[in-house]
Design a protein around this ligand. Sequence first.
Ligand code: C5P
Length: 321
Amino acid sequence: MGIDIIRGRGHAKVNLHLGVGDARADGYHELVTVFQSLSLHDDLELRILHGTVAGGGSVVDSLQLSGTAAGVPADETNLAWRAVDKLVAAYRAAGVGELPKVELRLRKGIPVAGGMAGGSADAAVALRVTQAWLTELADPLPVEELDRIAAELGSDVPFTLHGGTMLGTGRGENLVPVLSRGQYHWVLAVSSQGLSTPEVFAKLDQMRAAGRDLAGSTDPADLVRALLNDDPVQLAGCLVNDLQAPATSLRPGLRKILAAGEAAGALKGIVSGSGPTCAFLCRDADHAEEVAAELIDTGLVLTARTATGPAEGAHVVPKTF
Ligand code: C5P
């Protein structure tokens, strides 16, 4: 009967450096960014519905959501669903035979619309579990093809597929690994309402057009050096996010949260990606627990949780039985 369930995990990310250039003709912005994956994750199960036939349409029969999934679509617009369909289309083009339908079960642990690549992580883990399933039935697609499909799904999907610490250029999809020594400890302050990534980028364009001095941070050299030293204090001094100004302009309450985290002793607080999650770098695990507890006490945040980085990219979880 073959495999029945394939399980996988996709990790969140934080941008340690997020330099944003001007808008390109295609509407995207040229980035110079250093991504680091975090222990925070979503889990995905692909369940093969033996005895069913997908025909030429979507192989996904349904998507069930659990965890903190408010606002996440459970239909074919979900990035995990789209990722499965796109990879299946590539395998069909390569001649894979008739496929059964599958059910997806997604457990969300990454904040939704939080600037932590939750949707991208779901797409990436969907690619991994679908690839694991289809390589039982056909020759595997080359790695470059998987990366190409990932980039079509979203700018952060290639990074979430690979994880670790990487320099991203272009839309963020051109990646090279960056050496990072040690483990960094973070507190993630989650807001009750998400922010729209396109709106945050558009706000930055608007602020620049209005003459605000918000030049793109194109040089992450200091940060890259700090990552070699396994020194969170040095790293804290190098964290940069060009989307922080527009995110805090759209959501002024974030300034209070950033100040509260630093008053609670965090080495540095930054908006994560396009926000609104605020990420606070701490000295060690105990320090992160203390900062998280103090932040929760302020009542300014929905939750504050600890996480470590770097973590893995999206991967299939081996069977434990
Ligand atoms: O690629 P993705 O679909 O994740 O991007 C979401 C939106 O974020 C884009 O439509 C665009 O408005 C903005 N974006 C951008 N420049 C990038 C990445 C994303 O302007 N490099």
